[in-house]
Design a protein around this ligand. Structure first.
Ligand code: FAS
Ligand code: PHB
Length: 396
């Protein structure tokens, strides 16, 4: 097989990239390790930055999001025994963000791929990247096994959209890669339940630990609580989860949280991770293949979208005008936004969680950071700007 761009991974990054490239007349083939059903079964993010919403709308992918998604003017922060406050992105910046589950986005992306006849090869194995180092005369290609048959796709570029556990990042020599990592001493237990959501996305700092109330629709809520790293899902039956969740919310909010059998329960560890550079010859990394953020800032999915925005713009410039400038600047440009979001996610994680190793001083400092944020419109504006999503860098 031969194509212009091989995309490894059919998560949000991979399918969004294939859609935008198609709209610029650029051919691609998507390789996916799992079955489509498995990809569509994953329950993850829910908050879309205004920039992500714009990208989906500009590429004809927003009809269902605009019909079923829920725009929010801000997010609420509460902490033990004090009044909660809103970080109001609408009042501060005139920008809203959208709550619309990543699962729905994935469904919309697959539906768009079907509409345009996008080749998405699923259940592929042993994906290997070849001659992608940019050496003169190199002929990049990707080999893989599908249905027991070994196959090869010749291409001009490879987009590594295969997530943290994928093969793309690891195909860059260790001597070239610089990796930064921070592992947090706790995880998030996430549940989905068919109960009425709280009116605002609400983050809580409580001595018992962090909690978060989010939203999928008027009858579907997503909740998270901070749990110990060693906890397993089976340690958290519903009759333990609901009282613990409510114990962490202020009383009047806890009273508004309805209980029902949870329909999904998972525990994810929290880490910050960045691998530089995001380009190696003909290979370009997008999304979780290059970086991971703790979900506290709701940045993971949004960073996948911003990487795809920058890479698709660069490839369109190359194929349309023969100019390599945006391909050459892709890594540095994408990483500026990645590190900005990594910092925001790190800031919010440190602000809202209880750390086992915190001294009394650390705890006081945390509480007075929250106090400052509550009382300073400048501090709130800075956080609002980050939470709603920084504007993408413009090019001439
Ligand atoms: P993805 O991991 O979504 O997709 C990568 C794809 O590549 C997968 O389909 C995988 O099967 C495929 N793949 C891997 N190796 C391959 C190979 N060798 N060959 C072919 N295909 C291969 N973000 C938020 O903003 N908020 C949240 O609340 C949130 N919660 C999360 C909870 C969990 C448990 C996880 C794991 C992530 C969460 N995230 C959250 C982050 C998440 O939404 C990611 O940022 C987002 O999925 C990134 O999209 P992709 O980069 O496309 O990677
Ligand atoms: C979600 O709705 O899943 C969600 C919301 C806010 C976050 C993380 C996840 O910070």
């Amino acid at each position: 097989m031969k194509t212009q761009v091989v995309i490894i991974g059919s998560g949000p990054a991979g399918l969004l990239l294939s859609e935008i490239l198609h709209r610029h007349g650029i051919e691609s083939v998507v390789l996916e390790r799992s079955a489509r059903e498995h990809v569509l079964s994953r329950i993850r993010a829910g908050v879309l930055e205004s920039t992500t919403v714009d990208v989906l709308r500009e590429n004809g992918l927003a009809a269902r999001m605009d019909a079923e998604g829920h725009p929010h003017d801000g997010m609420r922060i509460a902490w033990a025994g004090r009044d909660s406050f809103m970080v109001d992105t609408q009042a501060t910046l005139g920008r809203r963000f959208m709550v619309y589950g990543q699962t729905s986005i994935q469904e919309d992306l697959y539906a768009a791929a079907d509409r345009r006849g996008q080749p998405v090869l699923t259940e592929v194995a042993d994906v290997v990247l070849h001659e992608h180092d940019g050496a003169p005369g190199a002929k990049p290609c990707v080999t893989f096994v599908q249905g027991g048959e070994k196959r090869r796709i010749d291409c001009e570029f490879i987009a590594g959209c295969d997530g943290f556990h994928g093969v793309s990042r690891r195909s860059i020599p260790e001597s070239v890669r610089k990796e930064y990592e921070k592992v947090y001493p706790f995880g998030w237990l996430g549940v989905m339940a068919r109960v009425k959501p709280l009116p605002d996305i609400t983050y809580v700092n409580h001595p018992r630990g962090f909690a978060l109330a989010s939203y999928r629709n008027e009858k579907l809520s997503r909740f998270y609580i901070q749990v110990a790293l060693e906890d397993k899902v089976e340690d958290w039956p519903d009759d333990r989860f609901w009282p613990e969740l409510k114990a962490r919310f202020p009383a009047e909010m806890a009273a508004a949280i309805e209980e029902d059998a949870t329909i999904e329960k998972s525990i994810a560890p929290l880490r910050s991770f960045v691998s530089e550079p995001m380009r190696y010859g003909a290979l370009f990394l997008c999304g979780d293949a290059a970086h991971i953020v703790p979900p506290t800032g709701a940045k993971g999915l949004n960073l996948a979208v911003s990487d795809v925005f920058y890479l698709s713009r660069a490839l369109a410039r190359w194929y349309g005008q023969g100019k390599p400038d945006l391909l050459d600047s892709y890594s540095a440009m994408a990483l500026r936004r990645v590190w900005s979001s990594v910092r925001t996610s790190w800031y919010l994680t440190n602000l809202l969680h209880r750390f086992p190793h915190f001294s009394e001083f650390d705890q006081k400092a945390q509480e007075y950071e929250l106090d400052y944020l509550k009382n300073s419109r400048f501090a709130q504006a800075a956080l609002a700007e980050q939470y709603a999503g920084l504007a993408y860098e413009k090019v001439d």
